[in-house]
Design a protein around this ligand. Structure first.
Ligand code: FES
Length: 64
């Protein structure tokens, strides 16, 4: 699904960027330009970011 219409960025593309190390909104904006034009996608991008970071945290073993 398209998340950022201004730059034609999908949720899958955002998730791939997160998997490659972009773990903040600033990093995603720098890499994909999401939120850099009209800004209407910021809320949705943050949801995708938070969901993906939670998924990553769940698969990593707990540090004792
Ligand atoms: S929809 Fe993402 S900057 Fe406009």
């Amino acid at each position: 699904m398209f998340v950022c219409l201004c730059h034609g960025v999908t949720d899958t593309t955002i998730e791939s960027a997160i998997d490659d190390g972009a773990h903040t909104m600033q990093q995603l904006t720098k890499e994909l330009k999401v939120g850099s034009q009209c800004g209407k996608c910021c809320t949705c991008v943050k949801k995708v970011l938070n969901n993906r970071l939670m998924q990553i945290a769940e698969v990593q073993p707990a540090v004792a």
